[in-house]
Design a protein around this ligand. Sequence first.
Ligand code: UT7
Length: 331
Amino acid sequence: MNAIISGIGHFVPPKIVTNKDLEKKINTTDEWILQRSGIRERRFAEPGVGASDLGYEAALRAIEDASIKKTDIDFIIAATLSPDHYFPGIGILIQAKLGIPEIGALDIRNQCSGFIYGLSVADQYIKSGTYKKILLVAAEVQSSNLDYSDDGRDMAVLFGDGGGAIILESGRQNDGRGLLSTHLFSDGRFHQELWMEKPSPNDKPTFSEEMLQSKKYFPRMNGRNVFKNATEKMPQAVRTGLKHNGLTIDDVDHLIPHQANDRISLLVARNLGIPVEKVVRNIDRYGNTTAASIPIALDEALKSKRIKKNDIVVLTAFGSGFTWGSAVIRW
Ligand code: UT7
């Protein structure tokens, strides 16, 4: 029996920040952002709101959607690159907010690929019978650590805040539906291509005036190389997933790529030969919400009734690490 997504939800903070709003703080233009990324606006959390808060709200919606009680959940997996605290992770914070103590809560550190990595881990636990109902949450508050100077403007215009969550459990019928497979990849040789360098082992003590002055606690990337790799690796991961399941490109009903840049999503689809109508794209409204982007897009596609029973849905992500992967689902 395959694992199934029995509930899904998402939550984004109410504050909308348009490209025009960013023009007031950053040396940028609405035209540049729209042309280079397809982004029109994103959501920013208010001060005091962390990834665990957005994750908690998304989790409540997924629990309601699955028609289960909070106490039915027997394990939590949480993916983020922007935790509320350096440690502990957000999994236990979401657990505390939900009021379901003592079950295990695991944090995943795989950046933009975090949701697919989390899905893969959850799938193994469900298949082995270790846990019955897993809450997988992906949430980010990135707006508090963006560099609005010229050094960081390439990244500052791309990222947004949000959370998505699912409940994964064992399917009730052996009907071929559910999560068919996940495929994970990484190449740590490229970790400096997209990273938040500091604090690092060179900083002793970890936090110092010198470290703060270096501004290396802001995320930095080699945008062109990340772009190039994203457009190559996501198609590879999708092809691996389809082949594994004896499926072809024509079998794909919906491709949900991590929403990093609309140009990347369109190039991934073109590389694969998947028509643009089959690609789920919402980056224009949320920017890049890193680990949360896939569950948010999946939830929107489901709630708008775009995805039908038995449709083949393929998820793929690429990001910092580099890490990348895919998941194939028969809905
Ligand atoms: O989630 C996974 C991680 N992230 C990604 O996948 C993002 C991957 N990379 C990208 O999406 C693109 O590389 C960017 C959107 C970041 C940049 O687009 P690009 O077409 O690769 O632009 P570029 O790096 O070639 O920069 C073009 C110019 C540069 O000026 P010069 O050197 O040509 O004079 C930049 O300084 O655009 C300038 N620039 C900006 N201009 C206005 C960089 N950021 C901005 C900005 N506003 N915000």
